[in-house]
Design a protein around this ligand. Structure first.
Ligand SMILES: Nc1nc(=O)c2c([nH]1)NC[C@@H]1CN(c3ccc(C(=O)N[C@@H](CCC(=O)O)C(=O)O)cc3)CN21
Ligand SMILES: O=c1ccn([C@H]2C[C@H](O)[C@@H](COP(=O)(O)O)O2)c(=O)[nH]1
Length: 280
Protein backbone atom coordinates (compact mmCIF):
# COMPACT_ATOMS: atom_id res chain seq x y z
CA UNK A 1 0.00 0.00 0.00
CA UNK A 2 1.32 3.49 -0.80
CA UNK A 3 2.05 5.97 1.96
CA UNK A 4 -0.86 8.13 0.73
CA UNK A 5 -3.34 5.23 0.91
CA UNK A 6 -2.11 4.23 4.37
CA UNK A 7 -2.61 7.79 5.63
CA UNK A 8 -6.00 8.11 3.91
CA UNK A 9 -7.33 4.93 5.55
CA UNK A 10 -5.89 6.01 8.92
CA UNK A 11 -7.51 9.44 8.64
CA UNK A 12 -10.91 7.97 7.72
CA UNK A 13 -10.73 5.54 10.70
CA UNK A 14 -9.57 8.29 13.00
CA UNK A 15 -12.36 10.71 12.03
CA UNK A 16 -15.06 8.04 12.27
CA UNK A 17 -13.76 6.80 15.65
CA UNK A 18 -12.38 9.87 17.38
CA UNK A 19 -13.83 12.80 15.41
CA UNK A 20 -16.35 15.23 16.88
CA UNK A 21 -19.45 16.70 15.19
CA UNK A 22 -19.73 20.30 14.05
CA UNK A 23 -22.69 22.10 15.62
CA UNK A 24 -23.43 25.20 13.54
CA UNK A 25 -21.89 24.35 10.20
CA UNK A 26 -22.13 26.97 7.45
CA UNK A 27 -22.78 24.77 4.38
CA UNK A 28 -26.06 23.24 3.28
CA UNK A 29 -26.92 20.24 1.12
CA UNK A 30 -29.04 20.69 -2.01
CA UNK A 31 -32.20 19.84 -0.04
CA UNK A 32 -31.53 22.81 2.27
CA UNK A 33 -30.47 20.74 5.30
CA UNK A 34 -27.43 21.85 7.31
CA UNK A 35 -24.30 19.97 6.26
CA UNK A 36 -22.64 18.96 9.52
CA UNK A 37 -19.46 16.94 9.55
CA UNK A 38 -17.30 14.83 11.80
CA UNK A 39 -13.82 16.29 12.13
CA UNK A 40 -10.36 16.15 13.64
CA UNK A 41 -8.04 19.12 14.09
CA UNK A 42 -4.37 19.72 13.34
CA UNK A 43 -3.71 17.04 10.73
CA UNK A 44 -0.19 17.01 9.29
CA UNK A 45 1.66 14.83 6.79
CA UNK A 46 5.04 14.92 5.07
CA UNK A 47 5.41 13.40 1.59
CA UNK A 48 8.96 12.84 0.33
CA UNK A 49 8.38 13.43 -3.40
CA UNK A 50 12.05 12.76 -4.11
CA UNK A 51 11.51 9.23 -2.77
CA UNK A 52 8.32 8.75 -4.78
CA UNK A 53 5.73 9.48 -2.06
CA UNK A 54 2.92 11.33 -3.86
CA UNK A 55 -0.24 12.52 -2.05
CA UNK A 56 -2.79 10.74 -4.22
CA UNK A 57 -5.10 7.87 -3.29
CA UNK A 58 -5.83 4.85 -5.47
CA UNK A 59 -9.04 4.06 -3.55
CA UNK A 60 -11.13 6.07 -6.04
CA UNK A 61 -10.25 7.98 -9.25
CA UNK A 62 -9.07 11.53 -8.47
CA UNK A 63 -9.84 14.10 -11.24
CA UNK A 64 -6.20 15.10 -11.51
CA UNK A 65 -6.44 16.97 -14.85
CA UNK A 66 -9.31 19.13 -13.57
CA UNK A 67 -7.37 19.77 -10.37
CA UNK A 68 -4.31 20.96 -12.32
CA UNK A 69 -6.46 23.11 -14.63
CA UNK A 70 -8.05 24.77 -11.60
CA UNK A 71 -4.55 25.49 -10.28
CA UNK A 72 -3.47 27.09 -13.60
CA UNK A 73 -6.67 29.17 -13.55
CA UNK A 74 -5.66 30.54 -10.14
CA UNK A 75 -1.90 31.05 -10.59
CA UNK A 76 -1.43 31.62 -14.37
CA UNK A 77 -4.73 33.18 -15.50
CA UNK A 78 -5.05 34.92 -12.12
CA UNK A 79 -8.78 35.36 -12.37
CA UNK A 80 -11.85 34.16 -10.49
CA UNK A 81 -13.99 34.11 -13.68
CA UNK A 82 -16.04 30.93 -13.99
CA UNK A 83 -16.28 31.57 -17.75
CA UNK A 84 -12.50 31.25 -18.08
CA UNK A 85 -12.52 28.09 -15.94
CA UNK A 86 -15.26 26.59 -18.10
CA UNK A 87 -14.33 27.82 -21.60
CA UNK A 88 -10.55 27.59 -21.40
CA UNK A 89 -10.34 24.47 -19.23
CA UNK A 90 -13.73 22.70 -19.36
CA UNK A 91 -13.95 22.62 -15.56
CA UNK A 92 -17.33 23.41 -14.02
CA UNK A 93 -17.05 22.10 -10.48
CA UNK A 94 -16.92 25.64 -9.00
CA UNK A 95 -20.26 26.69 -10.54
CA UNK A 96 -22.28 26.28 -7.33
CA UNK A 97 -20.10 28.92 -5.65
CA UNK A 98 -20.79 31.75 -8.12
CA UNK A 99 -21.30 35.06 -6.33
CA UNK A 100 -24.74 36.30 -7.39
CA UNK A 101 -24.70 36.68 -11.18
CA UNK A 102 -21.16 38.05 -11.41
CA UNK A 103 -19.86 35.03 -13.31
CA UNK A 104 -17.07 34.83 -10.71
CA UNK A 105 -16.38 33.36 -7.26
CA UNK A 106 -15.72 36.91 -6.03
CA UNK A 107 -12.50 38.69 -5.09
CA UNK A 108 -10.86 35.40 -4.14
CA UNK A 109 -8.14 32.94 -5.23
CA UNK A 110 -6.93 34.01 -8.73
CA UNK A 111 -8.29 37.53 -8.28
CA UNK A 112 -6.27 37.82 -5.06
CA UNK A 113 -3.13 36.48 -6.75
CA UNK A 114 -3.53 39.16 -9.44
CA UNK A 115 -4.36 42.04 -7.11
CA UNK A 116 -1.19 41.56 -5.04
CA UNK A 117 0.90 40.32 -8.01
CA UNK A 118 1.90 37.38 -5.82
CA UNK A 119 3.51 35.08 -8.42
CA UNK A 120 5.74 37.81 -9.87
CA UNK A 121 6.91 38.67 -6.37
CA UNK A 122 7.43 35.05 -5.35
CA UNK A 123 9.47 34.20 -8.48
CA UNK A 124 11.50 37.43 -8.18
CA UNK A 125 12.31 36.64 -4.55
CA UNK A 126 13.49 33.12 -5.37
CA UNK A 127 15.47 34.41 -8.36
CA UNK A 128 17.26 37.07 -6.34
CA UNK A 129 18.14 34.81 -3.44
CA UNK A 130 16.82 31.23 -3.21
CA UNK A 131 17.74 31.20 0.51
CA UNK A 132 15.63 34.26 1.36
CA UNK A 133 13.16 32.38 3.66
CA UNK A 134 10.26 34.65 2.64
CA UNK A 135 8.64 32.60 -0.12
CA UNK A 136 4.99 32.85 0.83
CA UNK A 137 1.69 32.86 -1.05
CA UNK A 138 -1.07 34.11 1.23
CA UNK A 139 -4.63 34.20 -0.09
CA UNK A 140 -6.08 35.15 3.33
CA UNK A 141 -6.66 38.85 2.62
CA UNK A 142 -9.36 40.59 4.71
CA UNK A 143 -9.49 43.52 2.27
CA UNK A 144 -10.60 41.06 -0.43
CA UNK A 145 -13.16 39.43 1.88
CA UNK A 146 -14.71 42.86 2.49
CA UNK A 147 -14.70 43.68 -1.25
CA UNK A 148 -17.16 40.92 -2.30
CA UNK A 149 -19.05 37.93 -1.01
CA UNK A 150 -17.72 34.46 -1.79
CA UNK A 151 -16.39 31.29 -0.19
CA UNK A 152 -13.24 32.06 1.81
CA UNK A 153 -10.15 30.25 0.51
CA UNK A 154 -9.64 26.80 2.06
CA UNK A 155 -6.10 26.08 0.87
CA UNK A 156 -4.96 29.60 1.70
CA UNK A 157 -1.23 29.60 2.30
CA UNK A 158 1.79 28.05 0.61
CA UNK A 159 5.44 28.41 1.56
CA UNK A 160 8.53 27.31 -0.33
CA UNK A 161 12.05 26.50 0.82
CA UNK A 162 15.19 25.66 -1.11
CA UNK A 163 17.91 23.28 0.08
CA UNK A 164 20.92 21.53 -1.40
CA UNK A 165 20.53 17.76 -1.47
CA UNK A 166 23.22 15.14 -0.99
CA UNK A 167 23.63 14.82 -4.77
CA UNK A 168 24.55 18.51 -4.91
CA UNK A 169 21.34 19.45 -6.72
CA UNK A 170 18.94 22.08 -5.39
CA UNK A 171 15.59 20.88 -4.06
CA UNK A 172 12.38 22.87 -3.61
CA UNK A 173 10.20 21.92 -0.64
CA UNK A 174 6.64 23.21 -0.27
CA UNK A 175 4.20 23.59 2.62
CA UNK A 176 0.46 23.85 2.06
CA UNK A 177 -1.68 25.17 4.89
CA UNK A 178 -5.41 24.57 4.63
CA UNK A 179 -8.03 25.74 7.13
CA UNK A 180 -10.79 23.31 6.12
CA UNK A 181 -10.87 20.14 4.01
CA UNK A 182 -13.74 18.00 2.69
CA UNK A 183 -11.48 14.97 2.91
CA UNK A 184 -13.24 12.41 0.71
CA UNK A 185 -13.83 14.92 -2.11
CA UNK A 186 -10.89 17.30 -2.11
CA UNK A 187 -7.98 16.05 0.03
CA UNK A 188 -5.99 14.61 -2.86
CA UNK A 189 -7.23 17.20 -5.35
CA UNK A 190 -5.78 19.97 -3.15
CA UNK A 191 -2.56 18.14 -2.32
CA UNK A 192 -1.78 17.19 -5.92
CA UNK A 193 -2.61 20.69 -7.18
CA UNK A 194 0.01 22.14 -4.91
CA UNK A 195 2.53 19.44 -5.81
CA UNK A 196 1.89 20.57 -9.42
CA UNK A 197 2.61 24.18 -8.39
CA UNK A 198 5.80 23.01 -6.66
CA UNK A 199 6.85 21.16 -9.85
CA UNK A 200 6.17 24.29 -11.95
CA UNK A 201 8.30 26.54 -9.76
CA UNK A 202 11.05 23.91 -9.54
CA UNK A 203 11.15 23.59 -13.37
CA UNK A 204 11.21 27.38 -13.80
CA UNK A 205 14.46 27.44 -11.80
CA UNK A 206 15.83 24.04 -12.99
CA UNK A 207 15.54 22.60 -9.46
CA UNK A 208 14.24 19.22 -8.24
CA UNK A 209 11.17 18.78 -6.05
CA UNK A 210 11.88 17.60 -2.51
CA UNK A 211 9.32 17.34 0.28
CA UNK A 212 5.67 18.33 0.38
CA UNK A 213 4.31 19.27 3.82
CA UNK A 214 0.53 19.36 4.21
CA UNK A 215 -1.21 20.86 7.25
CA UNK A 216 -5.01 20.88 7.67
CA UNK A 217 -6.68 22.63 10.58
CA UNK A 218 -10.15 21.03 10.25
CA UNK A 219 -10.20 17.72 8.38
CA UNK A 220 -13.75 16.46 7.98
CA UNK A 221 -16.16 13.88 6.60
CA UNK A 222 -19.69 15.19 6.00
CA UNK A 223 -22.62 13.37 7.61
CA UNK A 224 -23.90 12.30 4.16
CA UNK A 225 -20.55 10.65 3.30
CA UNK A 226 -20.32 7.89 5.92
CA UNK A 227 -21.31 5.18 3.45
CA UNK A 228 -18.63 6.29 0.98
CA UNK A 229 -16.14 6.36 3.89
CA UNK A 230 -16.93 2.72 4.73
CA UNK A 231 -16.66 1.76 1.06
CA UNK A 232 -13.19 3.37 0.87
CA UNK A 233 -12.07 1.49 4.00
CA UNK A 234 -13.16 -1.81 2.47
CA UNK A 235 -11.44 -1.31 -0.87
CA UNK A 236 -8.09 -2.92 -1.65
CA UNK A 237 -5.67 -0.26 -2.90
CA UNK A 238 -3.55 -0.57 -6.03
CA UNK A 239 0.03 -1.76 -5.50
CA UNK A 240 1.38 0.77 -8.01
CA UNK A 241 3.23 3.88 -6.83
CA UNK A 242 1.81 6.79 -8.86
CA UNK A 243 4.05 9.76 -9.70
CA UNK A 244 3.24 13.16 -11.16
CA UNK A 245 5.69 14.18 -13.86
CA UNK A 246 6.08 17.56 -15.56
CA UNK A 247 7.29 16.94 -19.11
CA UNK A 248 9.02 20.26 -19.92
CA UNK A 249 12.72 21.18 -20.14
CA UNK A 250 14.45 22.64 -17.09
CA UNK A 251 14.18 26.42 -17.14
CA UNK A 252 10.74 26.49 -18.80
CA UNK A 253 8.99 29.71 -17.81
CA UNK A 254 6.29 29.27 -15.18
CA UNK A 255 3.66 30.87 -17.44
CA UNK A 256 4.46 28.63 -20.44
CA UNK A 257 3.57 25.39 -18.65
CA UNK A 258 0.29 23.77 -19.76
CA UNK A 259 -2.05 21.18 -18.27
CA UNK A 260 -1.04 18.70 -21.02
CA UNK A 261 2.59 18.88 -19.84
CA UNK A 262 1.64 16.97 -16.68
CA UNK A 263 1.50 13.20 -16.65
CA UNK A 264 0.36 10.98 -13.80
CA UNK A 265 2.11 7.66 -14.32
CA UNK A 266 1.35 4.30 -12.72
CA UNK A 267 -2.07 5.46 -11.57
CA UNK A 268 -4.56 2.60 -11.49
CA UNK A 269 -7.38 3.69 -9.19
CA UNK A 270 -10.08 1.36 -7.88
CA UNK A 271 -13.45 1.76 -9.63
CA UNK A 272 -16.32 2.47 -9.69
CA UNK A 273 -16.14 6.18 -8.94
CA UNK A 274 -18.01 7.28 -5.81
CA UNK A 275 -20.83 9.82 -5.96
CA UNK A 276 -20.99 12.76 -3.56
CA UNK A 277 -23.82 15.18 -2.83
CA UNK A 278 -21.69 18.22 -2.03
CA UNK A 279 -22.12 20.59 0.89
CA UNK A 280 -22.49 24.06 -0.62
N1 LIG B 1 -18.12 20.84 0.22
C1 LIG B 1 -17.16 21.28 -0.61
N2 LIG B 1 -16.16 20.44 -0.95
C2 LIG B 1 -15.17 20.87 -1.80
O1 LIG B 1 -14.28 20.06 -2.08
C3 LIG B 1 -15.22 22.20 -2.29
C4 LIG B 1 -16.28 23.03 -1.92
N3 LIG B 1 -17.23 22.56 -1.07
N4 LIG B 1 -16.39 24.30 -2.39
C5 LIG B 1 -15.46 24.84 -3.31
C6 LIG B 1 -14.60 23.88 -3.98
C7 LIG B 1 -15.14 23.22 -5.21
N5 LIG B 1 -14.40 21.97 -5.21
C8 LIG B 1 -14.85 20.81 -5.81
C9 LIG B 1 -16.16 20.70 -6.19
C10 LIG B 1 -16.61 19.54 -6.78
C11 LIG B 1 -15.75 18.48 -7.01
C12 LIG B 1 -16.25 17.24 -7.69
O2 LIG B 1 -17.41 17.17 -8.05
N6 LIG B 1 -15.40 16.27 -7.88
C13 LIG B 1 -15.73 14.97 -8.47
C14 LIG B 1 -15.52 14.89 -9.96
C15 LIG B 1 -15.28 16.16 -10.70
C16 LIG B 1 -14.70 15.98 -12.08
O3 LIG B 1 -14.52 14.84 -12.54
O4 LIG B 1 -14.43 17.02 -12.70
C17 LIG B 1 -14.81 13.95 -7.83
O5 LIG B 1 -15.11 12.76 -8.02
O6 LIG B 1 -13.85 14.33 -7.17
C18 LIG B 1 -14.42 18.60 -6.63
C19 LIG B 1 -13.98 19.76 -6.02
C20 LIG B 1 -13.53 21.91 -4.05
N7 LIG B 1 -14.23 22.74 -3.14
O1 LIG C 1 -10.11 23.72 -2.27
C1 LIG C 1 -11.04 23.44 -1.47
C2 LIG C 1 -12.16 24.22 -1.35
C3 LIG C 1 -13.13 23.86 -0.47
N1 LIG C 1 -13.00 22.74 0.30
C4 LIG C 1 -14.09 22.37 1.23
C5 LIG C 1 -13.80 22.42 2.69
C6 LIG C 1 -15.18 22.62 3.28
O2 LIG C 1 -15.87 21.37 3.31
C7 LIG C 1 -15.86 23.52 2.28
C8 LIG C 1 -15.79 24.99 2.65
O3 LIG C 1 -16.62 25.25 3.73
P1 LIG C 1 -16.21 26.24 4.92
O4 LIG C 1 -17.43 26.30 5.80
O5 LIG C 1 -15.89 27.57 4.30
O6 LIG C 1 -15.03 25.64 5.64
O7 LIG C 1 -15.17 23.29 1.08
C9 LIG C 1 -11.89 21.94 0.18
O8 LIG C 1 -11.76 20.90 0.85
N2 LIG C 1 -10.94 22.33 -0.70
Amino acid sequence: MTYADTLFKENIENILTNGVFSEQARPKYKDGKTANSKYITGNFATYDLEKGQFPITSLRPIPIKSAIKELLWIYQDQTSSLKVLKEKYGVNYWDEWEVGTTGTIGQRYGATVKKYDIITKLLAGLEKNPWNRRNIINLWQYEDFEATKGLLPCAFQTMFEVRRGESGALYLDATLIQRSNDMLVAHHINAMQYVALQLMIAKHFSWQVGKFFYFINNLHIYDNQFEQAQELLHRTPSKKEPRLILNVPDGTNFFDIKAEDFELVDYEPVRPQLKFDLAI
